[in-house]
Design a protein around this ligand. Structure first.
Ligand code: MG
Length: 354
């Protein structure tokens, strides 16, 4: 796997400019431009401890000691339906997963719809049924919502925003700043399935892969992992920006070096072939049903064992380890024995992927 220059016809957006006075696609990439936007525009006026923790969900403690995890997500995927899922399944699983990634048990969701005039009611019904199925599987309820309609041409079918609330058990501290030298890095399954499946559904691939998106609620998998270990330090779902961006964030939050072993990275042949053709690196492609866990090495065998017994963790493997240096950096040990820096995603590779 190499960081290739994309071919001219590749659907890659222009390279980012750090100092820009207009929003561009790269600001929603999950990569460097988005990180800069959050740091420069959102953090200064809104700063508080939960927000600045920079995790998938904000954690707050109530006066009675109860700890809540809250997360929110806007979903703008195009097309609305793709192999393995649709915007309905995506919006429920995405929010359930973000709440679960701080170790919380997701309980309730809200959903807010922006609908384009002219959208078939039957399309909306299909999406809402998918939401119900995903909520049932995750064992959460959607308890409130909002509906707005904009004129034809002012939205692309529908956008859905979801917010999730979960309960965090006492004493549990899982977050991006908790990785420690010596920890091992586990991924729950193969990289890049969602991004390539959506790209194919858009007709941008030019050949058939039969790939399905990996969208799945991961809260039950996390519950199983937490039942065998109190040595899980970080959990993160590598969505937009892929595993490379998620691991870069963790390395920076914890000020550690993370070293990946290229030969251990699970990539399906169809994803590898699509990436090869388009000049993409699977490490940067979005996943919607995978998690990265950074765990104390003494617990790795028992965590892997229980993951392998679950539907969404049966292909879990160790892909790397945490070291003291270089702080804030993600490195890849290649199959040829060399080591290279893997940076945050620059610009936007696949807009409207989730
Ligand atoms: Mg996330």
């Amino acid at each position: 796997m190499t960081n290739k220059t994309p071919p001219m016809e590749s659907p890659i957006c222009p390279l980012p400019r750090k100092h820009t006075d207009k929003i561009v696609q790269g600001h929603g990439s999950g990569g460097k431009m988005m990180a800069d936007l959050i740091k420069d525009v959102f953090y200064p006026p809104l700063a508080n401890a939960a927000l600045l923790a920079g995790d998938d969900a904000g954690v707050v403690e109530l006066s009675n000691g109860v700890r809540l995890a809250i997360s929110t997500d806007a979903h703008v995927v195009s097309p609305l339906f793709f192999p393995g899922g649709d915007i309905g399944k995506l919006c429920v699983c995405g929010t359930v997963n973000d709440v679960a990634m701080v170790g919380a048990k997701p309980l309730y969701l809200s959903a807010s719809f922006v609908l384009e005039e002219g959208l078939d009611i039957s399309t909306l019904e299909k999406v809402v049924n998918s939401m119900k199925e995903a909520a049932n599987e995750a064992d959460v309820q959607i308890i409130c919502g909002d509906t707005k309609v904009v004129a034809h041409g002012e939205a692309d079918g529908m956008y859905i925003s979801t917010t999730g609330v979960g309960l965090l058990r006492p004493g549990l501290k899982i977050g991006g700043s908790q990785a420690k030298p010596g920890d091992q890095v586990i991924i729950s399954g193969s990289l890049g399935d969602h991004g390539i499946a959506v790209l194919e559904a858009r007709g941008d691939l030019g050949f058939e892969t039969r790939l399905k998106s990996d969208i799945a609620p991961l809260n039950h998998l996390i519950e199983a992992m937490l039942s065998v270990s109190d040595n899980i330090h970080v959990l993160r779902d590598p969505t937009r920006g892929g595993a490379a961006s998620a691991l870069n964030e963790i390395a920076k939050q914890s000020q550690v070096g993370i070293i990946l072993n290229e030969v251990s990275l699970p990539v399906k042949p169809a994803v590898a072939a699509a990436c090869e053709m388009l000049g993409f690196d699977p490490l940067y492609i979005a996943n919607e049903g995978k998690l990265i866990a950074v765990v104390g090495p003494e617990d790795t065998p028992r965590i892997l064992e229980i993951m392998h017994q679950t539907r969404y963790g049966e292909e879990a493997v160790v892909i790397g380890q945490v070291e003291k240096t270089p702080p804030g950096r993600l490195l890849l040990k290649t199959g040829l024995g060399s080591t290279r820096i893997v940076d945050l995603l620059a610009g936007e590779m696949l807009p409207r992927i989730c």
